[in-house]
Design a protein around this ligand. Structure first.
Ligand SMILES: *Cc1c(COP(=O)(O)O)cnc(C)c1O
Length: 397
């Protein structure tokens, strides 16, 4: 049994705030500040350059990879941390495309996160006019798995609506057609049980600052299936992915296995923050987390639909087809979200009209969901969003 009251006590949550945006930026674990202070003063401060060896900095991307691997069903030694998710998407796509050289098409869905699609387009442009990104509606992906597709690139859980693809079924169907699969787990890792090995995923990537609480700008991760790890050629051939970085050889030789997906110097302070955040998962059962996430989402949907007829559910109604977030459509959704934030209920807005709420059982409980429903009902019933102040768009929505 996972003790979710105990995990909630491990987070710093500001007074009078109900935080439903952990799907975008996880909150601060209480242990992080002291851990960072230790890394700064005891390691960087006292050890200086020797910290790379003595404090184990050089191995941190691999050690953290194994910790995240436990949450996503990855074999030990198949996940490494570094860079940002956009970069890891590019790396995975470039390697996968090269492993399927007779085909030139990347297939994705129109709901995918823009950066994933932009990176794919940029890569195609670099590779030449034969390469192209093809997008279809999320529900049409299975039918679009044709023999000219080299790589299927999907985000398991849609960032806007929370719609969840069937990772196992789509991977199997893609493999039947000779297509390699790159899965983006940005809204899956730490949100629901994932089994990359059981699904036979070829590559998987994800970020750590959302459900894994590593802090703003925390490093991304990449998984390469063991059957590909020594075959996949790294497109970003940085020195730390070299087999012997400190031999300083004139020519690049890819490292053994997942090490070749490393690029340059890892951000040790961010990784220390991630390491502190990962301690929270030690006592968490992912099936218990999923059951609780579904219960909180169901409570939220029922409450909001009963009291806010102006809001339309944008997420799948069946919890099996949904991640750990709930989205509602409302034309003035941006202003309504600002009104909610002013009242201490923090979600976010995704253009054109989506109000997005993340449910993270590590630190959100039924009482929080009740507060959120009350606040939304108040904002909607009394048109509290309808002021010029709430309609002015900030840089980050
Ligand atoms: C959050 C998110 C990103 C963000 O990429 P960064 O490089 O970390 O800014 C990319 N893809 C998906 C699917 C996301 O949800």
């Amino acid at each position: 049994m996972t003790d979710f009251a105990a995990t909630k006590a491990m987070f710093h949550l500001p007074d009078n705030v109900t935080y439903l945006d952990g799907n975008s930026l996880g909150p601060l674990p209480k242990a992080t500040a002291a851990r960072l202070a230790r890394t700064v003063t005891d390691e960087w401060g006292e050890m200086l350059i020797t910290g790379w060896n003595r404090a184990g900095w050089m191995n941190l991307p691999r050690r953290l990879g194994d910790r995240i691997g436990c949450l996503i069903g990855a074999e030990p030694g198949t996940v490494v941390l570094g860079d940002t998710l956009s970069i890891k998407v590019y790396q995975a796509l470039a390697s996968a495309l090269e492993m399927n050289p007779d085909r030139k098409i990347i297939l994705s869905d129109t709901g995918n996160f823009p950066s994933d699609l932009y990176m794919a387009e940029g890569l195609c442009k670099t590779l030449g006019p034969d390469y192209a990104l093809r997008t279809v509606a999320p529900e049409d992906v299975a039918d679009a798995l044709s023999n000219d597709v080299a790589v299927l690139m999907l985000t398991e859980v849609d960032y806007g609506t929370g719609r969840k693809h069937n990772m196992k079924a789509l991977t199997d169907a893609a493999h039947d057609k000779g297509i390699l699969c790159v899965w983006d787990l940005a809204h899956s890792a730490g949100a629901l049980p994932v089994d990359v090995a059981g699904c036979n995923a070829d590559f998987a990537v994800g970020c750590t600052y959302k459900y894994l609480n590593s802090g703003p700008g925390g490093p991304a991760f990449i998984y390469v299936a063991p059957r590909h790890a020594d075959v996949a050629r790294p497109a970003l051939s940085g020195w730390l992915g070299h087999e012997a970085p400190f031999a300083f050889e004139r020519h690049y030789r890819p490292g053994v296995g997942i090490d070749r997906m490393r690029v340059g110097t890892p951000p040790i302070l961010q990784m220390a923050a991630l390491d502190a955040a990962m301690d929270i998962w030690d006592g968490v059962d992912m099936n218990a987390l999923r059951a609780r996430s579904i219960a909180l989402c169901e409570q939220f949907i029922e409450g909001v639909e009963a009291r806010c007829p102006a809001l339309t559910l944008a997420s799948p109604r069946d919890p099996q087809n949904r991640g750990s977030q709930v989205s509602f459509r409302f034309t003035e959704g941006y202003a309504a979200m600002q009104a909610l934030i002013a009242r201490g209920v923090i979600g976010d807005f995704r253009a054109p009209d989506i109000m997005r709420f993340g449910f993270t059982p590590l630190y959100i409980d039924e009482t929080d969901v009740g507060h959120a429903i009350d606040a939304i009902a108040d904002v909607m019933k009394n048109d509290l969003w309808d002021t010029p102040e709430y309609k002015k768009r900030a840089a980050v929505t």
